[in-house]
Design a protein around this ligand. Structure first.
Ligand code: KIV
Ligand code: ZN
Length: 517
């Protein structure tokens, strides 16, 4: 009989806390669907009380996911737990994950609370969460620097109050593997079969995967991780590393397995990289672009003679195809359709038609359309939000002398509106003109441009972070084009459309709650 280590994926929550990794609701839904294909046991879909956008994303994920448990994070406060409970309400299987800090430094300086107050809050939070679901996880934030005596006291009380999973986070990535292992062994012995012990390791010293694995060897039966190791600061333990290590070293993890379908790992990694714009480093274990490449002659010769000489895993095990197929302008609908299917996308006929149109436009301007180009075309198609404003034309004048200017045509409510304006630079001129046409005024908080594929004709992806209203959260917009200015205009309009749809959700929610708006 094998024992299963559950995988809780927190790409959509801790992963989103990576600088620059914000995702819109449609993008989060696509990632959640891929996590379900990967057979992740629990999807931590967000932090419901953090913003209306987070709430909406969790709520919609809860409605579409059938085979994984959907979870929301909540501080140990009533309003967070209530928001979490409401957000996960439609899920077939639902979990609330509530947490409070337990280390002396966090209790004294962050919470300004005495340990007995912290314990009381934990018990109340778990008890309240149980009113929404029987599956309640409690985390001792900064457990890695907490006192063992207090940890035992608070987790015993949390279990007594109804927690079914106790998570031990190494929040600041401080522990060494042997220390983590010892701590987990002691807590597993202490709690016995009254709850599952989970771990959540951060990578500040590059030890997150090692710490997670040592925890499993010492009895942890849930690991929290993210795709590509995204996460706060240096990130979290990478799902692909934890899962492939357990699978590859069966000799060490005797009788222990995960439920993960490893053949979906590569697709999940590419989807997350495409959506967030954060590429794993080339030498990243398992999913980096060099992870299965053999450069030196001696290695190549060895692999050709016998794969096991230099390979401990197969590229196919993670779903990585090594014979790359490239499409071009002569590729027909059939080749396009079968390639996107091979990339793991399951599209409706309408979505295929729209994506095919975009593919043809791109193929006219770009000789080779790579898998990464296709991934970005398709994800931008299926993750788009309602287009209140749509860019029709852009003309710029960015001569080195003189004033940069832009003429923009936007479609709104079936009509085309054109205006022109100047700015401190071309991008500023474009954004100001869009503001003039739309009647909104955004302040740009972040602007990033990336080449999606290789070559001079690579696609440019622009990501902007814009605040349209003081005291309201920033919204993200993505724009994709072979031309950077065009991609910038699309990204800004995307952010504006996102803001408008967020406002619509807020208005609807306030109406439902009977508030004045
Ligand atoms: O790192 C951490 O402590 C967390 C908790 C909220 C689980 O992310
Ligand atoms: Zn964390």
């Amino acid at each position: 009989m094998s024992e299963v280590v559950k995988i809780l994926d927190t790409t959509l929550r801790d992963g989103e806390q990576s600088p620059g990794a914000s995702m819109n609701t449609e993008e989060k839904i696509q990632i959640a669907k891929q996590l379900e294909k990967l057979r992740v046991d629990i999807i931590e879909a967000g932090f419901a009380a953090a913003s209306p956008g987070d709430f909406e994303a969790i709520n919609r994920i809860a409605a579409v996911i059938e085979n994984s448990t959907v979870c929301s994070l909540a501080r140990a406060v009533e309003k967070d737990i209530e928001a979490a409970g409401r957000a996960i309400e439609p899920a077939k299987s639902k979990r609330i994950h509530t947490f409070i800090a337990t280390s002396p430094i966090h209790m004294k300086y962050k919470l300004r609370m005495e340990p007995d107050e912290v314990l009381k809050r934990a018990v109340e939070a778990v008890g309240y969460a149980r009113e929404f679901t029987d599956d309640v996880q409690f985390s001792c934030e900064d457990a890695g620097r907490s006192d063992m005596g207090f940890l035992k006291e608070i987790i015993a009380a949390a279990v007594e109050a109804g927690a079914t999973t106790i998570n031990i986070p190494d929040t600041v990535g401080y522990r060494f593997p042997h220390e983590m292992g010892e701590m987990i062994a002691e807590l597993v012995k202490f709690i016995g079969d009254r709850a599952t012990i989970a771990v959540h390791c951060h990578n500040d010293l590059g030890l997150a995967t090692a710490n997670s694995l040592y925890s499993v060897l010492n009895g942890a039966r849930q690991v929290e991780c993210t795709i590509n190791g995204l996460g706060e600061r240096a990130g979290n333990a990478a799902l692909e590393e934890v899962v492939m290590a357990i699978r590859t070293r069966k000799d060490l993890f005797e009788g222990i397995t995960t439920n993960i379908n490893t053949k979906e790992i590569y697709t999940a990694s590419r989807l997350v990289a495409t959506i967030t714009g954060i590429e794993p480093q080339p030498n990243k274990a398992i999913v980096g672009k060099n992870a299965f490449a053999h450069e030196s002659g001696i290695h190549q010769d060895g692999v050709l003679k016998h794969k096991d000489t230099y390979e401990i895993m197969r590229a196919e095990d993670i779903g990585l195809e090594t014979n790359l197929i490239v499409l071009g302008k002569h590729s027909g609908r059939h080749a396009f359709k079968s390639r996107i299917k091979a990339l793991g996308f399951d599209l409706s006929d309408e979505e295929i038609n729209k994506a095919f149109e975009k593919f043809k436009i791109l193929a006219d301007r770009k000789k080779e359309i790579t898998d990464d180009d296709l991934r970005i075309i398709i994800t931008s198609e299926i993750t788009s939000i309602p287009e209140t404003f749509r860019l029709k034309k852009l003309q710029i004048n960015d001569c080195s002398e003189g004033v940069p200017s832009a003429a923009v045509t936007i479609e709104y409510d079936g009509k085309e509106i054109t205006d022109a304006g100047i700015g401190d630079g071309t991008i500023d001129a474009i954004f100001k003109t869009i503001d003039r046409i739309s009647g909104y005024s955004g302040s740009l908080h972040d602007y990033e441009v990336k080449a999606v594929s290789k070559g001079k004709d690579a696609l440019a992806k622009v990501v902007v972070k814009v605040v349209f209203e003081e005291d309201k959260p920033a919204v993200i917009g993505h724009g994709l084009s072979i031309d950077t200015m065009m991609a910038s205009a699309k990204a800004y309009i995307g952010a504006l459309n996102s803001y408008i749809s967020m406002k619509d959700i807020l208005t609807k929610k306030s109406r439902e709650e009977g508030e004045d708006i």
